[in-house]
Design a protein. Structure first.
Lengths: 336, 336, 336
């Protein structure tokens, strides 16, 4: 474990997050990044990636650092993360060997591991990320886990800050959206936390049954009230965007559906009317990408002037650059 | 779109191509490349690659630049390129999001996308490359598309220039060859264009039915006559190499065979006699590689003194190095 | 072929190996590596890798060198290594083209190619490695072949040297261990050679039938007696660890089992009692990793104080760094 892990985005503390956002803004404006020649970042991708991987690699290049991209199952051994098992099956290597070894070869260890949506306890415990954190000797960077996506959170916060100056009190509607597949909650959880931390007025809109985990909702409420904002829920698609200054769309599978996948699928299909086909005048449309066009959101919204998705995605580079600069820079989180 | 795209190899103009070849020759002789520390080249491989990928990566290393290799479907989302579709199928991400985002993270965006040989219109329009070009904010580098392979073209031109000084009027026979699979026309198209640009005397030899696209033939004829050369076709395998100074072998599927794959296969199998088993005295044998030994060409020719394939392949490094130096260098194509 | 190939780890000669180990120790202690900016190492992985690939990439980063990782069949053409074949099947490219071309793009060519365990002659000749060596124009680095794993050998030697000062006469028991799959002999061969070179007292313990190749046993005996050590075999699991200062576990398939896979599987299953569940007081437990927990060795041993596997794995970085520094440095092996 390290003092510079970034797991759910709250580790740097409120002042540390503000410092990271300020540094990301400077870097986006052309400030010279620090360099760390000879250093390496190991990146373990247990799931696919485009933006996260490319922005990570590009940021590494700017820092003079080499990114090592590993994809277990695609040229690297599949990893076992459970304790005490007899390893006579498909997994050739245990994390207990792999993670300490990897972390002895690199300066930061980054990992992506989505929720499996099969074992609720494993997803709630964020088992892979927790295991990597416990076993790594170098700072850990979460590239999206079962529960969190802190680099997306920072890019979103940078976008809100650029658009609003101080985002406090601005209304963001985080809306569930249709999708052909059951998806994890990492992004909605992160949006909740990131917006709550900045004191935004957060509305979570979703069909009945698609609740996020209660502890995440509680944590967001606490963070929001500390920062002068709030969190509430609506199930009404007709009025969900009332007063919204940001509409943030994302599909997810409700916490109640573990073990009830067929029911989830039929409810999901019945909720195709939740597609975002317009946003209030002046509001921005956001999505973490990749997005299913004309399923999650219409072409008209994505290609229209209210879409902020490109700006939001472009911040992925500057925020991960600021994070890596801090993690490689040797100290604790500046303000933590 | 950018003023420094390299799509079919003609963008730099005749003088610009000469400059690139001269620079490639200098670099091959040991000239120091410029450096662009902190920069990244994104390379999207929708198809396999050995030479193109390795020479690209090695050239990047020489320039102090980091190559980011992405393989959609292998750790990166499969990309949708069609407009207006409802994305409820296999494709998780649309090029309209992916390409602008990627191009905001890198300094050059390179892409490989072979012809699908199923939809003639899509192949003729070079749909993926055209889409990437339209959506990218940074210079685009074609790593072989449905229609063109400009980096192969430059390496071939460098080989002819080294061998002949001025290649004008030298006879090159671009010959169809047997192969177990139906293959795209990108390489024969490119050889045609590259040889025509330099005023060579081009003979295209192929069995009846294996015609290249008429517009490509016309374009090559025009370029050849402007440069003092010519283009003609023969269907006679017995006399095809008469007077040849270069024999360039490549298999391809004829433009007439879209929708008639079985007929193509039977004609292809009936043409196994087109294998290259010898070349005229003094002539060089060329092939873009990879090559099927003892199907396209015999071991004796490939391993004999008339084979130029290694020299040709070695130029892939120096030409892509010259191209990237120009694309990263910030200006238009020098002479365009 | 090059004077700086590293194929079985004996190429640098005894003094050269001592130099490499000394340099690895310096580097582990913080000595600055040389730099070779603009250079590239091509790494052809025909099999999966975690430690080897990550330590190679990290070492490259320290040297200012770019590693190009290629995985034939995963985005790169499958390679044919046999001579004289008609290539009308699955292999798109022959090593005779691929290897010289690759080696014209890079400064060191590294390759991993495990034993197939189907064709004994091919495995004994180490056909892929031998072919790469014959065709490459730059130094070849073996990342584990059918017969040898020299980078593991150097890391093991570094571990013994740190633990023992001079390992001469120390007793190492290389013990066969259970595993769900038939595995190659590269690692046990290498352990034999590496320990023999340093004059250790080597005991090879395995069930009847699981013999290593006789020529490897002979070579190890000769090396050991030249260096003041010895090699003997035991088939008794009860007494195998008597007097051991190192227990090195590894599963392998015996040389006698080519063509008798089912017999091998049944004997293997009958030998589950060979699992390592304890080591003599004061002895260290070693394994090359990845390791099947509670099949090859118990959790208690791996997680206990006698386990040297992390120290051993950590040396993989410093030894490959010393090797690459020498291979890129332009000369012969210092003392060869």
């Amino acid at each position: 474990m390290s003092d510079r892990d970034l797991l759910d985005g709250t580790e740097p503390g409120p002042a540390g997050v503000r410092d990271l956002l300020a540094r990301a803004t400077e870097l986006a404006a052309g400030a010279e990044p620090r360099t760390f020649r000879g250093a390496s970042v190991g990146a373990l991708f247990l799931n696919p990636s485009l933006r996260t991987r490319t922005s990570l690699e590009s940021a590494c290049a700017m820092l003079g650092v080499h990114p090592i991209v590993l994809q277990p199952g695609l040229g690297t051994w599949d990893l076992e993360f459970r304790d005490g098992v007899v390893m006579d099956g498909a997994y050739a290597e245990h994390a207990k060997e792999a993670i300490p070894v990897l972390s002895s070869f690199v300066d930061v260890l980054a990992v992506r591991s989505f929720a499996g949506l099969a074992d609720r306890a494993a997803d709630r415990e964020d088992r892979v990320l927790a295991s990597v954190r416990a076993l790594s000797r170098v700072p850990v960077l979460n590239l999206e886990s079962a529960r969190w996506h802190p680099l997306q959170g920072l890019a979103d916060q940078a976008t809100w800050t650029r658009r609003f100056g101080d985002p406090r009190g601005k209304r963001i509607v985080l809306t569930w959206a249709p999708h052909p597949k059951a998806l994890p909650q990492a992004v909605p959880n992160q949006v909740l936390l990131s917006a709550a931390m900045l004191g935004m007025d957060v509305v979570v809109a979703h069909p009945e049954g698609f609740d996020l985990e209660p502890d995440v909702m509680d944590r967001a409420s606490t963070l929001a009230s500390e920062a002068g904002g709030g969190v509430r829920v609506t199930h009404d698609p007709a009025t969900r965007f009332d007063g919204a200054q940001v509409v943030y769309a994302k599909s997810w599978s409700g916490s109640s559906f573990y073990g009830r996948r067929e029911e989830e699928a039929s409810l999901r299909e019945a909720s195709s009317g939740w597609q975002v086909t317009g946003v209030p005048a002046g509001a921005g449309f956001m999505h973490c990408l990749p997005v299913r066009r004309n399923v999650v959101v219409s072409d008209a919204v994505l290609d229209g002037p209210s879409s902020w998705v490109q700006e939001q995605a472009a911040f992925r580079l500057w925020t991960v650059l600021a994070v890596l600069e801090a993690q490689l820079g040797g100290a604790r989180w500046p303000s933590a």
